[in-house]
Design a binder for this molecule. Structure first.
Ligand code: AMP
Length: 282
């Protein structure tokens, strides 16, 4: 496994490998790898000749007062895990390599980024601007045939799909299912922030999503959302948002209407902000 620290090293590392490879897969990560990340790497390994993983805690997608400084970092362990999954090249650049002092360009997807996590009362649109800018750079440097993202970050996946289509990136965006703990909590690098009692309460988030699904299927979407709110409330969790939306364009959904609906939630448990979602199929 090669580790590239600069764009030049990445091109050098990819060069000869790419010549022998019919397809390249990219898994973009911020490290602190868990089974969710590993599921993406396994799919990439199964489908592509050349597997590239990026490892970069992207300051541009953190707002002021967010957890950039304390975001978990363990590069040595991440490299071992990546090696174990058969990754060919890890691109782990410095902040200066990605954003040199003269850097002045942003990639911004409209419409999909001012709701849910992009709402100014949540993380705000700057978060997704940071994500799409860095992912556009990765798409250009790695030039993957397939890029793998997790359903856990449903809005991010929808925004990246939109960007890839709008800007004519030739990449195919593949979104893979959310990997969960046995009690349903979605795996997240941020789960390590949770104290034991918070960790227990956090399981209510997935129970709430299941209640939303059940209510939506048996009664109405609104009844489902109400059942989810009750489930969260019982665990003392007040959501940032709990909303039903069209999974592709993130427009509001009020009924199932024969189409799948995304029910997405963001909630703070103690000081930790967690997100999760479920797709309710009609
Ligand atoms: P991150 O390191 O948090 O930026 O995540 C890197 C990629 O892993 C993103 O595409 C995430 O959606 C995906 N991911 C994170 N958590 C999970 C999970 N629990 N299940 C599946 N994919 C995940």
């Amino acid at each position: 496994m090669r580790v590239a620290r600069t764009k030049a090293e990445l091109q050098l590392g990819l060069g000869e490998l790419r010549e022998a490879a019919a397809s390249t897969g990219l898994v973009a990560t911020m490290g602190a790898l868990h089974e969710g990340h590993l599921s993406l790497l396994r799919q990439a390994r199964a489908e592509c000749d050349l597997v590239v993983m990026s490892l970069f805690v992207n300051p541009a997608q953190f707002g002021p007062g967010e957890d950039l400084e304390r975001y978990p970092r363990d590069e040595e362990l991440d490299l071992d895990l990546a090696r174990g999954e058969g990754v060919d090249v890890v691109y782990a650049p410095t902040v200066e390599e990605v954003y040199p002092p003269q850097f002045a360009t942003q990639v911004e997807v409209g419409r999909l980024t001012d709701v849910l996590c992009g709402d100014p009362t949540s993380r705000g649109p700057g978060h997704f601007r940071g994500v799409t800018t860095v992912v556009a750079k990765l798409f250009n440097s790695v030039d993957p045939d397939v890029a793998y993202f997790g359903q856990k970050d449903a809005q991010q996946a929808a925004v990246i799909r939109r960007m890839a289509a709008d800007l004519d990136f030739r990449v195919r965006v593949e979104v893979l299912p959310t990997v969960r703990e046995p009690d349903g909590l979605a795996l997240s690098s941020r789960n390590s922030y949770l104290a034991p009692a918070e960790r227990e309460r956090a399981a209510a988030i997935f129970r709430a999503l299941l209640a939303a699904e059940e209510g939506a299927r048996t009664e109405s979407l609104e009844a489902g959302l109400e059942a989810a709110r009750l489930e969260l409330g019982a665990a003392g969790i007040e959501p940032d948002y709990l909303e039903a939306r069209n999974p592709d364009d993130l427009s509001p959904a009020s009924e199932l209407n024969g189409r799948p609906v995304l029910v997405a939630v963001a909630a703070r448990v103690g000081g930790t902000r967690l997100i999760d979602n479920i797709i309710v199929k009609p």
